[in-house]
Design a protein around this ligand. Structure first.
Ligand code: HEM
Length: 125
């Protein structure tokens, strides 16, 4: 059980790093080369990665019986922030290149993901 949980946690952290790298890469690529769209693989891989991020998170929560807003308010808020992160990430990538909307979406998506990392590490409530 310990080895399995550790494997899930390390995989989860790897998917966190990948999601951040992909969003940053897609965002900065668009700002630098708005007329050179990325290969369509960069639209598919983030969905696969984010699904795996969700699955590993859900498997850990199920294993140790963390129930959002019941005995793990931090996890509940983390899931709300996940939806917010996806929304702002979408805004950052889909808004016209170098527009204030794109930069606002990017800044707010990074802020929400930072708060998620804080909640996962500190579990303040
Ligand atoms: C962008 C999305 C996410 C980020 C940035 C993120 C971040 C993190 C981090 C940094 C940790 C490690 C905490 C530690 O080392 O103690 C963690 C653990 C965890 N995450 Fe996530 N996570 C995300 C999505 C999710 C989702 C969608 C779920 C649930 C469905 C989830 C559930 C969990 C659980 C249960 C743990 C284990 C906590 C522990 O054992 O201490 N996470 N997450």
């Amino acid at each position: 059980m310990f080895a399995y949980y550790t494997a899930m946690k390390h995989s989860h952290l790897m998917f966190v790093v990948i999601t951040l790298c992909l969003l940053n890469f897609r965002f900065f690529w668009k700002q630098c080369a708005p007329n050179k769209p990325l290969h369509k693989i960069f639209r598919i891989v983030p969905h696969v990665n984010d699904t795996l991020l969700l699955i590993t998170g859900a498997m850990m929560a199920y294993t140790v019986k963390f129930i959002p807003f019941v005995n793990a308010n931090w996890l509940g808020l983390k899931l709300v922030l996940l939806v917010i992160y996806i929304g702002f990430g979408f805004m950052a990538i889909k808004s016209p290149a170098r527009s204030s909307k794109a930069f606002l979406g990017y800044g707010l998506s990074m802020l929400s993901v930072g708060f998620m990392v804080y909640l996962a590490l500190a579990k303040p409530f």
